[in-house]
Write a new protein. Structure first.
Length: 409
């Protein structure tokens, strides 16, 4: 919104626009400060309102998990749906600091709203009647798959993405592949290749490798489609599974979103992108702005979600925030990088899958004492705070590995 206002003042009144507000780096910082400030300042009134509405967290019963029910019994009726606070501050920051003409802004806005509503309805149904489990897993997964499929179609079907392009608004994303080679002299010759959304989305990159390891063209575009659907849906559910201890998911999200924001910011500068041998993705700085807004919101949320938690984000926050980092990784062609820097989310998800598989096909034998993985460590006698801090440390180490992949390639 601010960019549109400054552009209007410049064109209509020849107003001298402060250039600093147009820089993506400035808007990234301001977006993070805005969301952190809003989350911290509005937190007390918001939590008080949730208490008044009796929107409390449900804890698994003694019959389901006796030991865990004893450990977390004190958390019963702690307000949930704190994701409303996180997402509201992020959307406010989006309208204030992001370029509303960008297709990236539209995609991130829809992701936040649609997955946030899905999680919100799920949380509400759980609270409406205490014996209701919320939206059935099959229905929830179906909605996530439909939404991620729509995003995949938008990126891989030029006719569909072009139909959404209205004047200067929502032009389909483009990228530029810049290749350096030497021909006799010391100075490199740079060859640039302009890529449409479909062309650059069909490229598959691995960390520590300069060039794409595969290009899924033609009939193989279905592989790109499946990767997009898998990454968005998987990351949304992975964050949801991780959100089980005070501050765990929010802290990991801060690190993951910050690393992805760094990649988005660097990918928006043609010279830096050429130097680092990464794709130049025009306008990707808008992704960086929103990811910094996410980081700021999660930092502010930890103020109240840290042990002992005064509020939980619930499915309202976890499904949407997971979807946002998933879709950001897809747009930046960093799906495998997300799996590395989000290794905590991956481990939590795999632990649940293995536990279910083992229980079903190995005569009810369990691999872990309890899943998701963080509960396994609680069963082993680790205090909740120790589990959270140690997983944060691992998450930080993985984030450093992800950043290092920029140079070691």
């Amino acid at each position: 919104m601010l960019l549109l206002i400054l552009e209007y003042l410049k064109n209509s009144f020849f107003f001298k626009v402060p250039a600093v507000f147009c820089y993506s780096s400035t808007r990234m910082i301001l977006a993070a400060v805005t969301t952190a400030f809003l989350t911290i300042c509005l937190g007390p009134k918001f939590i008080k309102r949730l208490y008044a509405l009796k929107i409390g967290q449900q804890i698994r019963t003694l019959e389901e998990v006796p030991f865990l029910a004893q450990l977390h019994g004190k958390k019963k009726d702690t307000p949930t749906m704190g994701g409303i606070l996180i997402l509201s501050s992020m959307l406010f920051s989006l309208f204030l600091w992001m370029d509303l003409k960008s297709s990236f802004t539209l995609i991130l806005f829809l992701t936040t709203v649609i997955l946030g509503l899905l999680g919100g309805v799920d949380d509400y149904l759980k609270l409406l009647r205490r014996n209701v489990k919320g939206i059935s897993p099959k229905k929830k997964l179906t909605i996530q798959l439909l939404f991620s499929s729509l995003i995949a179609i938008y990126l891989l079907w030029p006719a569909f993405s072009a139909s959404i392009h209205i004047g200067p608004f929502f032009a389909p994303p483009t990228a530029k592949q810049q290749i350096e080679y030497f021909k006799g002299g010391k100075n490199p010759i740079v060859v640039s290749k302009n890529l449409s959304a479909k062309q650059y989305i069909e490229m598959f990159y691995l960390p520590f490798f300069k060039d794409p390891v595969a290009i899924f063209q033609g009939v193989f575009s279905i592989i790109s489609f499946l990767i997009i659907v898998f990454v968005i849906t998987g990351s949304s559910n992975a964050v949801n599974l991780t959100d089980g201890l005070d501050g765990l998911a929010a802290g990991c999200l801060v690190m993951v979103s910050s690393v992805l924001a760094l990649f988005a910011f660097l990918s928006n500068n043609s010279e830096i992108a050429r130097y680092l041998n990464i794709l130049y993705i025009e306008g990707s700085s808008e992704i960086a702005v929103y990811l910094f807004a996410l980081s700021g919101a999660c930092l502010g949320f930890i103020w109240y979600n840290g042990y002992p938690a005064q509020v939980f984000m619930g499915d309202t926050g976890s499904l949407a925030l997971g979807g946002i980092i998933g879709i950001s990784a897809v747009l930046l062609r960093r799906e495998v990088l997300l799996a590395i820097i989000g290794g905590i989310f991956v481990a939590e998800t795999i632990s649940v899958i293995l536990q279910v598989w083992s229980y079903r096909y190995r005569n009810k034998k369990r691999i872990f004492l309890c899943t998701p993985l963080h509960h396994h460590f609680e069963y082993k006698g680790w205090p909740e705070t120790k589990v959270v801090v140690r997983l944060w440390i691992i998450g930080l180490f993985l984030a450093i590995v992800g950043v290092a992949s920029l140079k070691f390639q």
